[in-house]
Design a protein around this ligand. Sequence first.
Ligand code: GLP
Length: 244
Amino acid sequence: MKLIEVKDYQEMSRRAAEFIIEKVRNAHAINLGLATGGTPVGTYQCLVEDHKKNLTSYKNVTTFNLDEYVGLSGKNPNSYRYYMNENLFNHIDIDASHTHIPQGNAEDLEKECIFYEQEIERHGGIDLQVLGIGSNGHIGFNEPGTSFNTGTHIVDLAPSTREANARYFASQEEVPSKAITMGISTILKSKEILLLVSGERKQEALVKLFEGEVDERFPASVLKNHPCVTIIADEAAIPEKVRN
Ligand code: GLP
């Protein structure tokens, strides 16, 4: 795992966007895995600015998002489909039919999981997967204890995750209790991974990631088994012992 230390959230966002833009510009076509949450918002803003200024084109880009809440349609402002449209897709020249997000309101959720996994395969797999990290080490919505062998599946969200994400909802009760997420094995199949970490509240997770064992009780630890992981983390997220 390669760690790039940056000053603050803004610099993390800028560096992450540069990393993505370079791949998009150099590839004839590319499949990007995308994340939601607070962390990548600034990165998406930088991608939009660059698209307007430097005309980086997303015509040959296909995207697969990590996860979606169960029960929310794409029209619901708290859905990840809505988030992606608002923060990125509506502002770049990507073909909407090239953007994939699990359907949280699918009638048959099990079928949706199989379909999503197959769609990723059918497109040739993910070239670059962008990830954030939960303070309990979750990646996507793979909560602690998730088997490393899982593909796209339905999860029960941990109370701490529902609490952390309650800030986007009117109340904590409104946070869905389930989600569809790419599994750990789906994520590990990506050719390259870019993990973004910002803020003091992620310090403990970063320490565990660097100093702990690979263990299903801390899902992000599996990234140590991947040959091509870059982590961009800001000063607030990096405690002394990781830095040295
Ligand atoms: C959410 C998402 C993850 C995200 C993580 C961290 O629940 N499902 O994909 O990486 O939690 O979120 P944030 O960036 O807001 O800290």
